[in-house]
Design a binder for this molecule. Structure first.
Ligand SMILES: Cc1cc2nc3c(=O)[nH]c(=O)nc-3n(C[C@H](O)[C@H](O)[C@H](O)COP(=O)(O)OP(=O)(O)OC[C@H]3O[C@@H](n4cnc5c(N)ncnc54)[C@H](O)[C@@H]3O)c2cc1C
Length: 508
């Protein structure tokens, strides 16, 4: 099957990357007579499953048709966070004057250099996912090629047949394009090739105001593109609290993003070299012209071509492979992990699921995905991080909730850093300090949310965070301040009266 180039441009960094994660001179090994575990797909889920299982002594085969490392390394987390960092540098220089440093608004940005930096760092990171490392250091049989089931316990790759006791489907998901008339002919990029760009699109239309759309809109705007972000809903990041999304909306507008909410996509076309999207908003049609269109909307599971029917594995073309809570498919010897089977499509969930698959498939454990406490973060500036339940979710489950929110303007370090946009919010089970969920909007919210994830995972209440000394001045102090705010709610008029009487008695 001709897949086109694995990655572009063909520079030194990308050559280094490909040498690690899809070496052209790779020779597939001679298969073992039977494997404890055959892993199909070498993204995060597949790599962690294969490495962990082999580390525990299992005979493991790992099959990858494209680049080891999957989306995260090659076309997802790593390159996006690389260019987001360049965008942040540009923004900080523009803002520097506020700190008494003469930067100024006329910053010159070299997009090509920003992309080169990203490629260089990605190539460096790729050594962890390299075919050589997995084969020589970890003892995994690495097969490069397209894998498919040819029986309930056999997978074929190239001319080889790999028999297994257990298999793990970790084939991930890909960008899904919306069905807009004319879009295919007009042409567009997705996360799969936007990081191939070497020149900045002067005008960029981004379709989709979810995490990927928002992160990349802001990064490209900060790097100099005139970005128009089209989103169907009334506010971006629809999963997040409206006031959190509002802060990000303001921040995008400040970065110059033309934010068009509540838009319906009517059609796509071309006028000369311009790519045009026609939208409908409040009953009016409008044409938007750009040099490039970036689709950042929806993910489609990679179920095609796996011959899952042959293996007796049930699936759905939209939802992916069907699994129970223990990640077992309808074929009890076949498991799945990662984006192929889970609604929370993150690298850290793929990693957590891989660990469940190893325990359940190889060691008869009964670990469940429902036990996972899953935080996530959208890496806009400021970031939005969340863990556990949202308030509405708790009420819908019939749980009485006490919600506490503190703005970052109450935090000295945020003031000193000039990073006061945002808040920390925690939802507690009413009448207790049990943390049900939390949302943080802050420049480094992703770093801050782990304290709350730990508390939820280990069943520590907010009071335990209140007893924990936080260094001053840090932005994470906002979480301790939430605990102080909770303690104040416990100071009922009756307790206040008792305290007052006691202190009065001491003064006698
Ligand atoms: C732009 C972007 C930014 C993101 N940023 C973040 C972030 O900051 N943090 C975060 O946690 N998550 C982020 N994600 C999500 C994250 O990348 C995914 O959740 C994660 O990569 C899923 O890993 P996976 O192993 O399930 O699938 P994948 O990484 O998709 O890996 C699946 C692998 O299977 C291979 N494959 C498929 N079919 C076959 C076959 N038949 N034979 C052989 N091989 C096959 C594919 O080639 C691929 O390499 C981002 C995603 C995108 C698109």
């Amino acid at each position: 099957m001709d897949q086109g180039p694995l990655i572009l441009p063909r520079d030194e960094s990308n050559e280094r990357l490909v040498r690690n994660v899809h070496p052209s001179d790779w020779k597939n090994p001679k298969p073992a007579s039977r494997y404890n575990l055959v892993v199909l797909g070498a993204g995060t889920a597949g790599l962690v499953t294969a490495a962990g299982a082999a580390g525990l002594g299992a005979k493991v085969a790992l099959i990858e048709r494209n680049l080891l490392g999957g989306d995260c390394l090659n076309v997802g987390c790593v390159p996006s966070k690389g260019i987001i960092r360049s965008g942040r540098a540009a923004y900080d220089v523009k803002k520097a004057v506020e700190f008494g440093v003469n930067g100024g608004p006329d910053v010159s940005i070299d997009f090509g250099k920003a992309m080169e930096r990203m490629r260089r760092i990605r190539a460096g990171i790729s050594k962890h996912d390299s075919a050589w490392r997995f084969s020589n250091e970890l003892g995994v049989d690495v097969f490069l090629g397209e894998g498919r089931f040819i029986g309930r316990d056999v997978i074929e790759v190239g001319d080889e047949r790999l028999r297994f006791r257990k298999a793990a489907i970790c084939t991930g998901a890909r960008a899904a394009a919306p069905s807009i008339p004319g879009l295919e002919e007009t042409g567009y990029v997705t996360n799969e090739n936007v990081f191939w760009l070497t020149e900045l699109p002067k005008r960029l239309i981004v379709i989709g105001g979810g995490p990927v759309g928002c992160e990349l809109s802001q990064a490209f705007a900060r790097l100099g593109s005139r970005v128009t972000l089209l989103h169907a809903h009334g506010h971006i990041l629809p999963r997040e609290d409206a006031d959190a999304a509002e802060i990000i909306q303001k921040s995008l507008l400040r970065d110059g993003v033309n934010l068009l909410l509540g838009t319906k996509l009517v059609q796509a076309g071309r006028h000369g070299t311009d790519k045009i999207i026609t939208i409908e908003k409040l009953g009016k049609r409008e044409e938007i012209a750009a040099d490039e269109i970036l689709i950042g909307i929806g993910r489609a599971p990679n179920v095609e071509g796996l011959d899952l029917e042959t293996a007796g594995v049930e699936y759905d073309k939209r939802e992916g492979v069907k699994v129970n809570e223990r990640l077992q498919t309808s074929n009890p010897d076949v498991y799945a992990a990662g984006d192929i089977c889970f609604p929370y499509k993150f690298t850290h969930t793929a990693d957590a699921m891989a660990r469940i698959v190893i325990a359940n498939a190889l060691f008869m454990a009964r670990q469940k995905t429902s036990r996972l406490v899953i935080p996530w973060c959208t890496y806009t500036d400021p970031e939005v991080a969340h863990v556990g339940m949202y308030e509405k979710e708790a009420w819908d489950k019939g749980i009485d909730v006490l919600t506490l929110t503190l703005p970052l303007t109450d935090v000295d370090r945020a003031l000193l850093d000039g990073e006061t946009e945002g808040f920390a919010r925690v939802h507690l089970k009413k009448g207790s300090d049990r943390i049900l969920g939390a949302t943080i909007v802050a420049r480094h919210a992703g770093e801050m949310v782990s304290e709350l994830s730990l508390a939820i995972t280990t069943g520590q209440g907010l009071s335990a965070i209140g007893r924990t000394i936080h260094p001053y001045p840090t932005q994470a102090e906002v979480i301790k301040k939430l605990a102080d705010a909770y303690n104040r709610t416990r100071l009922t008029p009756f307790i206040q009266k008792v305290f007052a009487s006691w202190l009065k008695w001491q003064r006698r």
